[in-house]
Design a protein around this ligand. Structure first.
Ligand SMILES: Cc1ncc(COP(=O)(O)O)c(C=O)c1O
Length: 398
């Protein structure tokens, strides 16, 4: 996962050929260009069907379904763990990364005046969870500022490590950041933090299905590693995993106490009484689909299409490319100074892009010019990015 020194836009001249079946696998509104897979995913038809079957079985016999559910969840977890190179006893299923990070933060002791380290590329809700946890403990959150144009992962790591002090207790870092789609929590940075005695929580919301994941051994080199299955792994919403390194497993504090509590990790984290467990039970169908398509082939398609989209935004809309993470189906560009610098303006631009260009993208505010992120998935086509680039060129000069 090495970032190149310069934004990786070169392959864009050559968008990938569509993969077979790509138009029939989804039920997305064909009138809209959905260039924001990274936010909410899109559930393929076979996975929707699997979940519908599970819900029908539940409604035929609610008692039987819930009595068997803990063991069925354990079997689904084993399949999910195998696909992520992990072990079923070392990860728990959760509803999403927001929840998984909250569980992790709640499980690590934090003392008065200790520090929780985050970056300004972190996901808002996750940073808020850090702030609440820190406030309750009398600790502080240290927010490391990293230029969106920082050339590579070494530059990012340098900034993070420079902020570590003897008081730094926890670091919550993105494997792939939400606004900027870049790597922060690289294996080298995690190892350096571990050496300094810092407990690491990795927000890997975008990793499963999007990047090669190997949770073998520990939790991806971190103490806690949280990844969504409902973004790039084609699972129904809400499905995610929380992988936990060995010393922490007995310490994990579920947000909800349940009948499974005495069975320890991971069951005590998973069971939350009467709840819709069908996303977890259907998640293996999403992973099986990726396997059938070919994980490498899918990633290559998405990477090349996203790079192509970024190049069009540079060439046709005059926007500046941000450094990219090779192999990922997301890219980001910087908007001009004065555009989308505040939350309301970023939201207004997203709305305008949808209303005027029939296109869904993610826009996040950033001082000095907001950031627009595009995604690429099986169902996207090069012409959708061209429409966005040409439309943005007009919109931004209005
Ligand atoms: C980096 C990152 N972390 C966390 C989340 C939150 O994911 P969820 O809403 O599934 O909890 C997102 C969602 O976009 C994200 O991009």
């Amino acid at each position: 996962m090495k970032n190149p020194g310069n934004p990786r836009t070169a392959p864009a001249a050559d968008p990938p050929a569509p993969l077979p079946g790509s138009t029939t696998l989804f039920t997305l509104d064909p009138g809209t260009a959905h260039l924001n897979h990274g936010s909410y995913g899109a559930v393929p038809v076979p996975v929707q069907r699997r979940q519908a079957e599970l819900r029908a079985a539940l409604e035929r016999d609610p008692d039987g379904f819930f009595q068997d559910a803990p063991d069925r969840i354990a079997r689904a977890r084993a399949e999910i763990a195998a696909a992520l190179g992990g072990h079923p006893d070392r990860l728990a299923l959760t509803t999403n990364v927001t929840e998984a990070v909250a569980v992790a933060l709640d499980s690590v002791p934090l003392g008065a005046r200790e520090q929780v380290l985050v970056t300004d590329h972190g996901y808002g809700a996750v940073t808020r969870a850090c702030e609440r946890r820190a406030a309750e403990a009398g600790a502080v959150v240290r927010r490391v500022r990293i230029s969106p144009h920082a050339p590579d992962e070494d530059a990012v790591a340098e900034r993070v490590l420079a902020a570590v002090t003897p008081h730094t207790r926890i670091a919550v870092l993105d494997l792939v950041s939400s606004p900027t789609a870049r790597a922060v929590a690289t294996p080298a940075l995690l190892a350096a933090l571990r050496e300094r005695g810092v407990t690491t929580v990795v927000d890997a919301a975008h990793a499963p299905g999007a990047l090669p994941v190997d949770l073998g051994g520990a939790a991806g080199g971190a103490d806690f590693w949280a990844g969504n299955l409902h973004k790039w792994a084609f699972a129904p919403r809400a499905a995610a995993v929380l992988a936990v390194d060995r010393p922490w497993r007995p310490e994990v504090r579920p947000l909800t106490l349940s009948w499974e509590h005495d069975r320890g990790f991971p069951r005590r984290v998973e069971w939350r009484g009467t709840f819709d467990y069908t996303p977890w039970l259907a998640a293996p169908a999403g992973l099986a689909l990726i396997h059938r398509i070919g994980a490498d082939r899918l990633r290559d398609h998405n990477d090349r299409l996203a790079a192509h989209g970024q190049r069009l935004l540079v060439e046709r809309a005059g926007l500046r490319a941000l450094p990219a993470l090779p192999g990922l189906g997301m890219r980001a560009v910087r908007l001009p100074p004065g555009t989308a610098e505040q939350e309301h303006a970023a939201k207004a631009l997203m709305t305008a892009v949808h209303r005027i260009l029939d296109t869904r993208v993610a826009v996040r505010p950033w001082p000095g010019g907001g950031i627009l992120r595009i995604s690429a998935q099986l169902y996207n086509r090069p012409e959708e990015y061209r429409r966005l680039a040409d439309g943005l060129a007009r919109l931004l000069t209005r």
